[in-house]
Design a protein around this ligand. Structure first.
Ligand SMILES: [Zn+2]
Length: 69
């Protein structure tokens, strides 16, 4: 199972959510959905361009932090 800790992607939030999936793509998808529902405030006040850039950067971070357990 591939796993990813929210706390590894967005340190300092104190969030203990862990996304799980069979593939890295699954895990990233689940983490993006989690971010949309639980951490939408992080994107508040950002322009569409800034949101896109943040999303790209976040996905890169996610890919590098996914671990297998
Ligand atoms: Zn979280």
């Amino acid at each position: 199972m591939m796993k990813l800790k929210c706390d590894d992607v967005m340190p300092g939030l104190g969030c203990d959510f862990v996304a799980e999936g069979a593939t890295k793509e699954d895990v990233v998808q689940k983490m993006m959905e989690h971010g949309d529902s639980m951490h939408a405030d992080l994107m508040q006040g950002k322009s569409e361009e800034e949101k896109q850039q943040a999303t790209v950067a976040m996905k890169e971070t996610m890919m590098s932090k996914i671990f297998e357990e």
